[in-house]
Ligand binder design. Structure first.
Ligand SMILES: NC(=O)c1ccc[n+]([C@@H]2O[C@H](COP(=O)([O-])OP(=O)(O)OC[C@H]3O[C@@H](n4cnc5c(N)ncnc54)[C@H](OP(=O)(O)O)[C@@H]3O)[C@@H](O)[C@H]2O)c1
Length: 316
């Protein structure tokens, strides 16, 4: 099968399209013929080998034919003997490993049946970003009905889904993005949108119960100017670099207003929760651009420019 493989760290040109062995499902696994996948910030960090700890899991001193990608929407090709939820021909979506390929493997618990009314492209845009948004708000922030939520980077992959997930909890949600994306963020259901390149949010009189920070561009002191007394900042940015991550980790244990930064756990079964939100009409992914599998390096370069609107999708 064709797959995008990584054999070094650096810019996306360390990636190449190559023929690799088609995987075989073990007893509890499902093999999916990938129709669409999407790119996430974590793919970019893996390509760059930054932060350094990535290299310990992906390959040291360099990776060997490592296949990137998490999000998958496609058709079940074959299933292991212990799989009960899916059969060949079923349309599914989920978050697994090695998704930038014609076929992807994963335990059946990582997938949900793809709703009939969503395209493969839109389904592939959901899993990792939506699960991240859900876990940060629900687990990190203990989100409650009626709260006021501020989402920084509300126009991006995680932020655009976070606005919608937070609204499903009955919260009033405001967003921060650039002026040219104001309308897009409003269309997601944000009540008020601050443009960081125009008025900004730090002079606002609003006080938020939760601030989900997907950008790492503001100091925690700046965020606290619009945080309610018992509000909580949810740090969630790799874009802010190691200094942001370190600040978040050092401050969180000593500051009840800063939650611990966590990597999303894609194995917790939360796609079922997201799927239900989709079925109830709360979630609609926004697709910025679509690339072919061979164009994956260009897709990652586009993501690296930092101005994506919603999600970037790769189709086979
Ligand atoms: N916890 C986890 O496991 C996990 C999982 C996935 C992602 N993440 C993190 O989530 C973050 C967001 O990921 P993403 O995929 O949503 O990124 P993305 O798609 O690149 O979106 C970033 C968005 O932020 C906007 N932006 C840039 N500077 C801003 C500022 N100063 N204020 C407000 N908005 C600004 C950009 O739009 P403009 O054109 O408007 O600038 C862009 O739409 C990343 O840093 C990533 O590391 C964490």
């Amino acid at each position: 099968m064709k797959a995008i493989v990584q054999n070094g760290y650096g810019s996306p040109d360390v990636l190449s399209l190559k023929d690799v062995a088609k995987p075989e499902p073990t007893a509890k696994e499902v093999l999916v013929r990938v129709v669409a996948t999407s790119v996430n910030a974590g793919d970019l960090f893996t390509v760059k080998g930054h932060p350094f700890v990535v290299r310990l899991t992906v390959g040291f001193p360099r990776p060997k034919d490592h296949i990137l990608g998490w999000d998958v929407a496609g058709i079940v090709e074959s299933v292991g003997s212990g799989v009960s939820r899916f059969s060949p021909g079923d349309e599914v979506y989920g978050a697994t490993d090695a998704a930038f390929a014609e076929f992807a493997l994963g335990e059946e618990t990582l997938f949900e049946a793809k709703p009939r009314d969503i395209s493969f492209e839109a389904a592939a845009a959901i899993p990792t970003a939506a699960i991240t948004a859900l876990q940060r708000l629900r687990d990190g922030g203990k989100i409650k009905r009626g709260q006021r939520i501020l989402v920084l980077g509300a126009s991006g992959g995680v932020g655009s889904l976070a606005v919608q997930v937070a609204r499903s909890y009955g919260c009033e949600v405001d967003g921060v993005c650039s002026a040219r994306k104001r309308e897009m963020v409003r269309s997601l259901g944000a009540a008020h949108v601050y443009a960081y390149d125009e008025e900004g949010f730090t002079g606002s009189n609003a006080r938020y119960d939760l601030i989900l920070d997907n950008t790492g561009r503001n100091s925690f002191a700046e965020l606290k100017t619009v945080l309610a007394d018992d509000g909580v900042i949810l740090p969630n940015s790799g874009h802010g670099g190691m200094s942001y991550v370190m600040r978040a980790f050092i401050k969180a244990p000593f500051d009840r207003r800063i939650a611990t930064m966590k990597i999303a756990d894609l194995t917790k079964g939360d796609l079922a929760v997201i799927n239900e939100l989709y079925e109830k009409g709360w979630i609609k992914p926004h697709i910025d651009r679509t690339f072919s599998l061979a164009q994956t390096p260009q897709a990652l370069e586009y993501l690296d420019q930092g101005h994506v609107q919603g999600k970037i999708v790769i189709t086979m």
